[in-house]
Ligand binder design. Structure first.
Ligand code: HEC
Length: 114
């Protein structure tokens, strides 16, 4: 069963996030509560702010903020403390735990049908 599922992932552009669906579900809630939608369009989330870049299709992007490889660990680190990982970034630090950052990374790495 697992082998069948993995075989279906061969064409995914970025490394699949191994964190799992429960993590992504928690991440969606956390992103909503932390107000990420105030600045970003995130499919399935309200509001749909535009002062930051749209995060639609983020799972398919190669880079985070044009700098970091879009991998689960790098995305979680960026979300936890953006200026520490990408100096000069316009993305502010939004207070969250490392677990929340990992969950939001899992959420953003889901395909957009959410
Ligand atoms: C006050 C506005 C603001 C808030 C709130 C905000 N962001 Fe951002 N975010 C930005 C801006 C501006 C950028 C662009 C930074 C850059 O390219 O250097 C950005 C960049 C990003 C990126 C990289 C986008 C890309 O195109 O590579 C991600 C991912 C991201 N934010 C996720 C989040 C998440 C998740 C939250 C909620 C925890 C959040 N942001 C809250 C303004 C915001």
């Amino acid at each position: 069963m697992a082998a069948t599922l993995l075989a279906g992932c061969e064409n995914v552009a970025v490394e699949p996030n191994a964190a799992g669906p429960a993590s992504a579900t928690r991440g969606r809630l956390a992103a909503e509560r932390l107000g990420c939608g105030a600045c970003h369009v995130i499919p399935g989330l309200w509001p749909r702010g535009t002062s930051g870049p749209s995060l639609a299709g983020f799972a398919e992007r190669g880079l985070i903020a044009g700098t970091l490889p879009n991998r689960p660990d790098a995305l979680a680190a960026f979300l936890f403390n953006p200026p520490a990982t990408v100096p000069g970034t316009g993305m502010p630090r939004v207070p969250m735990t490392r677990a929340q950052a990992a969950d939001i990374a899992a959420f953003l790495h889901q395909p957009d049908a959410r």
